[in-house]
Design a protein. Structure first.
Length: 482
């Protein structure tokens, strides 16, 4: 009743749900890929104009990654021109985009659900702790821009405006390739929620859907014309050397299990995507998810449960590594779209049992805590190592940060050496650990040892441009006459 009499209240609540827990993040440092992306990739020495970004892959000369995201790169480049290396401007853009995604989520769901359910779903979407990485990092804008255009496309789809939907779909693809799932989401939305006079397969598919195929073909043609391939290098996959059986087993235990865990119980978060306790523990989350869906099936009925399950599957599949290598195995940012499936079910439950809305408070508190833990690169990595002490990625990344952020004191060098030694004791072929030892040796003036470690890192990861540069710098020093 409250939402039906005050139509502005849901919009105000969504605005508050973004800016109250995340306002502290406007002062956060650049973390994760932000440093390379903002400082180097989009720096004036690498990009002459925004038009250049439409003729390059996502990482340009830094990595032949096979990714084509010129629209989102153009937005970040415009910010680079406006804000330079000042972080605050990027953070305000982040929260503005995040607010827009929350509002679009509400406007997409409003014709499908009652206003109370749509409001609760949108609030959980912006408060969900798995979205912290996207909300507070500049590289998270890539995900948000793609999602904003995809939701606009779905809104146009529900209003029977296929040309507008196709244009928004194309813009979403040009922001991030994860938007390729839109045609499936459009089919699910029409089949499960829209009232039509047709039956059979025509309830799900319409002749106007050809517009979406045309948009996908146009994106594929543009990508192929620019970077010469539609594929992502197999070496980008974290399971490049796995057999089909190993890949399937890993994806449906560690991969899907951890994504479900982060969706249903997002208390354990970090920048480490490489630590999984056991296949049995991770697969348990698949069982719990199946039991939860069975219970909700009896309570809410078949339509919302099937819609949510299929939405999650369609949006998660792109990041599964089953078909396309993604470069990461489990990452919170990959849940930006899949989490909406849970939000729909939560909204419908809140409509029937308003007390469930109290979970929104817990979600907001957890999001604020995580955002505060990630206020600096070092604090985010220390939180990662504290949570996952066995993570080779977390330990190596922290060691590299200790060796590259001044002042590089003897104590920081000793801590970095201990971290890297512990990594190599268990993971002898971990490239980031060899890179870290190379940085440590270079800091101590031992150029032969630094060269050896950098060469080991490059042997293990030949596409690493940063290691290539570090080796080249040492070669220039040693080539100088004494």
């Amino acid at each position: 009743m409250l939402f039906s009499t005050n139509r502005w209240l849901p919009l105000l609540l969504i605005l508050l749900a973004v800016w109250v827990p995340y306002s502290q993040s406007v002062y956060n440092e650049r973390i994760g890929d932000d440093r390379v992306l903002i400082q180097d990739r989009l720096g004036p020495s690498h990009v002459a104009s925004a038009a250049q970004l439409w003729r390059e892959n996502y990482w340009g000369a830094f990595d032949k990654c096979g990714l084509y995201r010129p629209l989102s790169l153009s937005l970040l480049y415009a910010e680079r021109q406006l804000f330079g290396l000042e972080n605050t401007g990027y953070r305000f853009v982040n929260l503005t985009l995040y607010t827009l995604c929350g509002l679009l989520c509400y406007w997409f769901l409003l014709p499908l659900l009652h206003r109370t359910a749509a409001t609760a779903a949108a609030l959980l979407f912006v408060l969900h702790p798995a979205h912290v990485e996207v909300a507070i990092t500049a590289y998270g804008q890539v995900e948000m821009l793609a999602t904003a255009f995809l939701l606009l496309a779905l809104i146009a789809h529900t209003k029977a405006r296929p040309v507008l939907a196709a244009l928004c779909f194309l813009a979403a693809l040009l922001s991030k390739e994860s938007a390729a799932c839109f045609p499936v989401l459009a089919v699910l939305t029409r089949g499960f929620w829209l009232e039509t006079s047709t039956t059979g397969w025509r309830r799900w598919l319409a002749p106007t859907d050809a517009c979406y195929a045309a948009a996908l073909a146009l994106y594929a043609a543009a990508k192929f014309a620019v970077i010469g391939t539609l594929a992502v290098p197999a070496t980008a996959s974290t399971m490049a050397a796995y057999s089909l059986y190993q890949r399937l087993f890993t994806v449906f235990t560690h991969g899907l299990g951890n994504y479900i865990r982060l969706t249903l119980f997002p208390l354990s978060q970090s920048m480490a995507y490489d630590v999984f306790p056991s296949a049995i523990a991770d697969a348990t989350w698949l069982v719990l998810a199946a039991l939860l869906l069975a219970a909700l099936y009896r309570y809410l009925g078949a339509r919302p449960v099937l819609f949510a399950a299929l939405w999650f599957a369609a949006t998660w599949f792109i990041f599964s590594n089953l078909v396309v290598p993604t470069g990461v195995f489990v990452a919170e940012r990959c849940l930006f779209l899949p989490v909406l499936a849970l939000c729909v079910l939560f909204g419908l439950l809140t409509e029937r049992k308003p007390a469930i809305a109290l979970l929104l408070l817990a979600a907001g508190v957890q999001s604020a805590i995580t955002a505060d833990a990630w206020r600096t690169e070092e604090s985010s990595l220390r939180a990662t190592v504290e949570e996952h002490p066995d993570s080779p990625l977390g330990r190596s990344a922290l060691a590299i940060r200790l060796l590259t952020d001044p002042p590089v004191t003897p104590d920081r060098q000793q801590e970095a050496e201990a971290l890297l030694t512990a990594v190599l004791a268990r993971y002898a072929n971990f490239p980031d650990a060899h890179r870290g030892l190379g940085l440590l040796a270079r800091t101590r003036g031992d150029l032969p040892a630094a060269t050896m470690h950098f060469q080991n890192a490059l042997r293990l990861r030949p596409r690493d441009v940063l290691v290539q540069r570090e080796l080249a710098a040492i070669q220039r020093i040693t080539a100088q006459p004494r």
